[in-house]
Design a protein around this ligand. Structure first.
Ligand code: ADP
Ligand code: MG
Length: 374
């Protein structure tokens, strides 16, 4: 295939997020596995301030924390634009005679805020360009642990008891909030920001005295936070793939070597956690969890892909859906692609499938009328 006939995939990575570096690492794997015979890869790095930089070439470099990352070089001043009905994304370098890059489909390999939360998806919808991953609504509710929990409850999916508070409520009512948390949830507790990922801002609290500190810490990362009953649990994950008829992978287990699956256990300590695929779980229970994963995916209006994470109570064997990640870690050793690999779908085929799903959803959306009489 000639270079001009190839589909131009814009891989977006980095971004204004606590998971910026993780994204550089996921993007390195995606870029190296995209089939160069079918696709022309255009790497577009977004810095921590949200500025876009089209890269001269997608360059994978060694990194001490993550092994390999996609480098992000800041060259030029790029603006994003689109032309109505053209279904392509245009990016210009206004410092270089409006040098222009045109993208047919976007793969936002972005985790967390301004990438996984519906904001980037909104921009791509306005540009009418096909993109991989959940759309605006699915991304936004998947990112918000409180809204997600309410939708999951409505779908009769078990979730961990919790209370959600805003910064303002905390400032005016801290005493009542602490009492309420202790009475309704007991101890130990988990405190977490509503809209982060990678365990950023998450703490386990074992005594009443340490609760205010954990709450203040979580408020550094969000204006609303969740106080949740701590479950003595195994952590089970399921990969979902599909639009209208999503399939569930076999289950995997994360076995942290830390008090919980913290940021340190995830990314800093090389022995922070072990992954076990398939998870050692009774078949009937595994099927119930996989069914709940698909149900949860639908309840949150997800499409394309998501990794659905569960807590399995070690004592009662009851499970709870903890969260749905709409752009999960995507390195070749991350749980999401590993689960598909173990279910018979190899990494590069998974990328092909995601691109096909993005195009399918885009076609369906483009067939929807925006006005009555046209
Ligand atoms: N209620 C809970 N009970 C037990 N462990 C929890 C609880 N909430 C969070 N954790 C631990 O903290 C980790 C990160 O929390 P999580 O809610 O998944 O946030 P994130 O979106 O940052 O991954 C979990 O993987 C788990 O190890
Ligand atoms: Mg998590």
């Amino acid at each position: 295939m000639k270079s001009s006939d190839k589909m131009k995939i814009g891989v977006l990575y980095g971004g204004r997020s606590g998971e910026h570096n993780v994204s550089l690492c996921s993007a390195a794997s995606v870029v190296s596995a995209l089939d160069q015979d079918k696709y022309e890869v255009i790497a577009i790095g977004i810095d921590k301030d949200g500025r876009w930089y089209v890269q001269d070439k997608a360059e994978i470099v060694p990194n001490k924390d993550f092994g390999q990352i996609l480098s992000l070089k800041k060259r030029g001043k790029w603006l994003v634009n689109h032309f109505e009905q053209e279904n392509k994304l245009h990016v210009y370098n206004i410092e270089n005679n409006n040098e222009e890059v045109i993208v047919d489909i976007v793969f936002p390999v972005l985790h967390g805020t301004y990438g996984e939360d519906g904001t980037m998806q909104g921009l791509l919808e306005l540009a009418m360009v096909p993109y991989v991953g959940a759309d605006v609504a699915g991304s936004a509710v998947g990112m918000d642990k409180d809204i997600a929990k309410r939708l999951l409850k409505e779908a009769d999916i078990p979730v961990v008891p919790s209370i959600t508070i805003s910064k303002h409520q905390w400032e005016v009512n801290s005493g009542i909030i602490i009492q309420d948390a202790l009475c309704t949830l007991g101890m130990p507790l988990f405190v977490k920001p509503l809209c982060t990922g990678s365990s950023v801002g998450v703490n386990k609290v074992k005594t009443k005295e340490l609760l205010p500190e954990a709450i203040a810490f979580a408020f550094q990362f969000d204006t609303r936070i969740m106080i949740e009953k701590a479950i003595d649990c195994r952590e089970i994950e399921c990969a979902i793939l599909g639009n209208e008829n999503p399939s569930a992978s076999i289950l995997g287990e994360i076995i942290p070597n830390h008090e919980f699956y913290s940021y340190e256990a995830k990314y800093i300590d090389p022995n922070g956690a072990a992954i076990k695929i398939p998870a050692d779980i009774d078949e009937t229970l595994a099927d119930l969890i996989r069914t709940a994963a698909v149900k949860g995916y639908r309840a949150l209006a997800c499409s394309s892909l998501a990794r659905v994470d569960f807590f399995l109570d070690k004592n009662s064997n009851e499970f709870y859906l903890n969260e749905i990640n709409t752009l999960p870690g995507f390195t070749s050793v991350s749980m999401y692609p590993k689960l598909w690999e173990a279910s018979g779908l190899k990494y590069s085929d998974l990328l092909d499938k995601l691109i096909a799903l993005a195009l399918e959803r885009h076609r369906n959306k483009m067939n929807v009328k925006t006005e009555m009489f046209s």
